[in-house]
Write a protein that binds this ligand. Sequence first.
Ligand SMILES: [Cu+2]
Length: 180
Amino acid sequence: MSDIAGRPGFEDAFHKAAERHERAWVFVTLVMLMGILACTMYFVVYDYGVVVRTAAYRSDPTALGGPAPGVVPAADAGLVKTGPNAYAVHMVAHMWGWTPSPLHIPEGATVTFYVTSIDVLHGFEVKGTTINVTAVPGITGEVTYMFKHAGTLDIICNEYCGIEHQAMLGRIIVDPKPPA
Ligand SMILES: [Cu+2]
């Protein structure tokens, strides 16, 4: 074994140190990959439900049984039954809140949200779920979601919409199924 810089055993020590570093970095990479996988699995397992479909169209919300343009529905307007275990609701964004809220949903229900805004752009996001629809004045966005678990979910606004944007909160309460 030749020596670098005239020091006996230097090359051996150098290779051993390099190997140690390589192993350490392979380990760090594996830990990061496992972290990403764990986050993904967590969301797959613990997500509150699944998006069934989404759509967006220009429309007069009254054609869908919703409030007239510019009108905020009643705060306690609930779900409208559209089929077995299926419901619809018109969710209206306004500076700075969501109506109707709080919104009660039975556990296991599939709910179609018709989302619009009466003033500026807002973002309809339900924390802990994959619901994320932009609320645009004059346009109805549609998202259908199946709520698998009972619990309380927060509605937030994810498009900056003015001075009280960060306080623009709503609430969805998924009521547990009565015992059969
Ligand atoms: Cu907003």
